[in-house]
Design a protein around this ligand. Structure first.
Ligand SMILES: [Zn+2]
Length: 168
């Protein structure tokens, strides 16, 4: 029997698919089956979902200072949204928490509202996930105090994308 929690989950999956989140990610976030998700994708987009391999980390999505700045801004919004949507967990260190389908969706919608350019929700997912599990550092710039995705040895992640100052 379908309960209210199942319907909520289905609604979030529907919204994430409409936003363009790849089905393998929607499946891992919601726990829903591939068959129903593929059906939803076809109904919403009028075409079959893409297959193809997903990137390993957020670094694949950072192609210039603009994408580095956008993803850093998204991670900051996600941390705020997550701490609001999960008040019971507010005492825990936020960067150790994994993201939820609802926190990803809400933060992505908020980002779209305050930015003029679109953000790929798949890149947003990898950014929040990789900062959360500390595959990349969410460093603080010593010059402008903004936080950004730091990974040494990569052109667009070894300095602050907002003021382009080197961290080391
Ligand atoms: Zn800076």
């Amino acid at each position: 029997m379908v309960c209210l929690a199942d319907l909520d989950n289905l609604q979030i999956a529907r919204d994430l698919i409409a936003a363009g989140l790849r089905l393998s990610i929607v499946r891992s976030l919601t726990g829903l089956g591939t068959r129903i998700l593929r059906k939803l994708w076809k109904e919403i987009h009028g075409a079959s979902p893409k297959n193809g391999r997903l990137p390993d980390t957020v670094l694949s999505f950072i192609e210039d200072y603009d994408s580095a700045a956008k993803l850093a801004a998204f991670v900051s919004i996600h941390k705020i949204v997550y701490s609001v949507s999960v008040p019971a967990l507010a005492n825990y260190k936020l960067h150790h928490l994994s993201l939820t389908p609802q926190s990803l969706l809400n933060a992505w919608k908020d980002f779209q509202l305050i930015n003029t350019t679109d953000l790929d929700i798949n890149a947003a997912y990898f950014a929040a996930r990789d900062v959360g599990i500390q595959i990349v550092m969410f460093a603080k710039c010593r010059t402008c105090d903004a936080r950004f995705i730091y990974d040494s040895g990569k052109k667009y992640t070894e300095r602050c994308p907002f003021c382009r100052t080197r961290i080391v």
